[in-house]
Design a protein around this ligand. Structure first.
Ligand code: SAM
Length: 414
């Protein structure tokens, strides 16, 4: 007898909702009803899951045909990110193969993160929402359930991804306003919105989103850089068209908006005698440890790093900014001491040390002690208060070059 998809899926949805509520993500009846009501499996008929095997990351395809209906449904309702596209290329689902070394470019995000963001969006009945990053359409469907499709606008940059989302939403009986285009421009036709939410990461908050959100409305987005995610910020738009707010607790990370992705090349590796050497008390682990890594991302917004032995075998960590060819090269000097060689227009390691000194002087605060201010002219992250120590967010894109960041340590993208 064929498995009864609807009754299995209904039970799995209830279990997913109960788990998200137990973990504290799902807090309000409206969003709980949405998670219990929206059939996620319609949005992830075919997807890839990361396998745990050591070595190069391997992704395995999952469909009802490959793993069986019941296992497909079980995975579709797992609290996991389900990847639906790599490297901007559609997958040939007539013959799906395991994939290695590819870069996810679209997914149905981890439900815990989706729900966390929706709860933090603080919606009320009758509000309108603009979402940037339709992806599979699952989060748009949750918003349709909660607010009504006529109050939901969603923008997706990839036409193939958008077409799949439109079809899945249609199967569920939802017809929100779906726009294919660069979400950095927002969706002016339906503005002003009460809420704007981005489910792709951004290096800065586009002013268009602030302009298209009504005064008193909220913009919720994940700020990230090319080294790591900074986290989720919630900004309130004021009457002057500026927006301000703090980082929210939690470990939010999204794949970066395609138009803000890093240049494909990491930059030119400096020769062994390039740059000005000095000693430093901060080593490479500064870049990978949570709090100091957050400061590194703020202090060096165009940088990425990787470690590789020099020709003579000396372990080197290269910090390169491909946007202006600045560099810093770290080499061990002895017990917990390092040499740094810097060159190019910006002394990257000086910037990092200054930021870390400020952070340490303030007792190494958590990201929730930081906030962001967005004005038409500039935007910056601040510590403590808008007039406190601050770091400019990069508001220009790298000279039209699009590519995938390679070689740098990265937080997992949802
Ligand atoms: C993590 S997925 C979105 C998850 C989705 N909300 C869901 O629940 O299924 C991020 C999506 O953002 C899209 N994206 C990237 N850059 C974009 C941009 N500039 N404008 C609109 N969408 C963008 C990607 O193509 C991808 O589909």
């Amino acid at each position: 007898m064929a498995p009864d998809v609807e009754s299995i899926a209904t039970k799995l949805r209830q279990q997913l909702a109960a788990g998200l509520a137990d973990d504290g993500w799902l807090r309000t009846p409206g969003w709980r009803a949405a998670v219990e009501g929206v059939p996620r499996h319609e949005f992830v008929r075919c997807f890839y899951r990361e396998t745990d095997a050591p070595g190069l990351t391997t992704w395995t395809p999952v469909t009802a045909g490959i793993v069986g209906v019941e296992e497909w449904l079980r995975q579709a309702y797992a609290d996991e990110t389900l990847v639906t596209q790599f490297d901007g290329q559609e997958i040939d689902w007539s013959d799906p193969r395991p994939i290695q070394g590819a870069h996810p470019t679209s997914s149905s995000t981890l439900p815990a993160l989706v729900v966390h963001m929706l709860e933090e969006l603080q919606v009320h009945d009758g509000m309108s929402v603009m979402e940037v990053g339709t992806g599979t359409g699952y989060s748009a469907a949750l918003m349709c359930h909660r607010l009504g499709p006529e109050r939901v606008t969603s923008v997706e940059t990839d036409p193939d991804v958008a077409a799949r989302a439109r079809a899945a939403l249609g199967r569920c009986g939802y017809a929100p306003r779906l726009i294919v285009g660069d979400g950095m421009a927002g969706a002016p036709g339906g503005a002003p919105y009460d809420r704007t939410i981005a489910t792709c990461g951004v290096r800065h908050v586009p002013c268009t989103w602030v302009r298209q959100t009504r005064s008193g409305g909220l913009v919720l987005a994940t700020l990230r850089g090319w080294m790591r995610s900074l986290g989720l910020v919630r900004l309130t738009v004021d009457r002057e068209g500026c927006a301000e707010g703090r980082f929210i607790d939690g470990d939010a990370s999204f794949m970066i908006a395609r138009q803000q992705d890093a240049p494909g090349n990491l930059g030119v590796i400096p020769a062994p005698d390039d740059g000005t050497p000095r000693s430093t008390r901060y080593g490479p682990d500064t870049l990978t440890t949570a709090g100091s890594g957050f400061m590194a991302q703020l202090a060096m917004p165009g940088a990425r790093f990787f470690s590789m032995p020099a020709d003579d075998g000396t372990p080197c960590t290269y910090v390169l900014d491909a946007t202006d060819a600045s560099f810093a090269v770290l080499t061990p000097k002895g017990d917990d001491a390092w040499n740094v060689r810097q060159g190019g227009p910006v002394a990257l390691w000086d910037m990092l040390e200054n930021a870390l000194d400020t952070w340490r002087a303030a007792d190494s605060p958590m990201p929730t002690e930081f906030g962001v201010t967005v004005t038409e002219k500039s935007q910056w992250a601040w510590l403590g208060a808008p007039d406190g120590p601050s770091w400019r967010l990069p508001t220009t894109s790298p000279s039209g070059v699009r590519g995938q960041p390679r070689g740098a340590v990265r937080t997992p993208a949802r």
